[in-house]
Design a protein around this ligand. Sequence first.
Ligand SMILES: NC(=O)c1ccc[n+]([C@@H]2O[C@H](COP(=O)([O-])OP(=O)(O)OC[C@H]3O[C@@H](n4cnc5c(N)ncnc54)[C@H](O)[C@@H]3O)[C@@H](O)[C@H]2O)c1
Length: 340
Amino acid sequence: MTTEKRILVTGGAGYLGSAVTKMLLGRGRQVVVLDDLTYGTAGLDGVLDDPRLELIRADVRDRAAVRSAVQDVEAVFHLAAIANDPSGDLDTALTRSINLDAYAPLLEEARAAGARLFVNASSFSVYGVNVTPNITETDPLNCRREYSRCKAESEAVVRSFTTDTFATVSIRLATMCSWSPRMRFDVIANQLLGIAQVERKVVVHGGEQQRPHIDIRDVCDLFEVLLEAPREKYSGEVFNAGGENVTIRQLAELARDIVGQDGGEPVELTYEPGRADERSYHVNSDKLERVLGFRAKRTIRESMQSIADAYARGEWSDSHADEYHNIRHLGNRLAAAAVG
Ligand SMILES: NC(=O)c1ccc[n+]([C@@H]2O[C@H](COP(=O)([O-])OP(=O)(O)OC[C@H]3O[C@@H](n4cnc5c(N)ncnc54)[C@H](O)[C@@H]3O)[C@@H](O)[C@H]2O)c1
């Protein structure tokens, strides 16, 4: 009989969460997923029958469900959220209740149940528009929207629960990319690859804006490092986690080159003046390497190639479908709830 404790992944059916769940199962871990299944279970296809997986379909604000989910748990990866700035603006009170108010009860229950580690998925969006050439964790935050404000405030809540036996850490994630069975085509690298594949034509607005990225497989590797590393090295800390910093123009050119290899029509790029949202930032993730010896290793080309490969396998066809765009999917649900 195994005495190994379980790992809780909130939001474990999501874009990142489903990859984390599969990574943990693949490495022999017992996993509990707590997720309200906003986007269904496609991300967990192939592991739903795995006896080492317990799926709890519940809202992360449901305290009884949370109490049940943290039983015999060693570590919590807290990923459940309304997961980007525009979706967070749809209903800011709802965003705050899920993306911030749910933290303290979850942390209390996890710590009381004997968990030893809590990992918080924060975001580079806390830096907002920041022209600092190389943003580090000590640079000022500039949270302009509810999603980013909640991420920034959550870091302080998480840190306040830290004890010698309950390690916490907040990871500020870059924009993620790569194929996932619970796919998002509303993040920029994925979006450009999707448009190139479906329309064979990409309009680039501006193009010189820099955006940091990280492949979800690198995030999985980082989470494994956090499980294995001595907790005193990083507990109570905040880390940037990004891979390549590239311009939108470079992303569009990569999408053109990758899709163009499939033997179909060549992909045409056209350039137009920039639009209102011209966030351009370059984020430094050296602290992760200094403290934990971790550096993201996948290139954006590899990330985008994984999406083209999934297209070739027939795993997606229309990147414009609502299910792949959080703001549309959530907007539809909120509208239906208002009517109902
Ligand atoms: N995708 C990115 O580029 C990015 C960048 C930085 C940080 N993050 C953060 O990483 C985490 C994962 O993001 P993702 O891209 O996988 O998003 P996602 O939307 O694919 O996944 C979020 C998951 O949380 C679940 N969820 C939402 N509200 C819930 C609730 N009230 N109760 C229970 N479950 C709920 C959803 O069903 C979904 O499975 C989020 O915290 C997000 O803010 C994402």
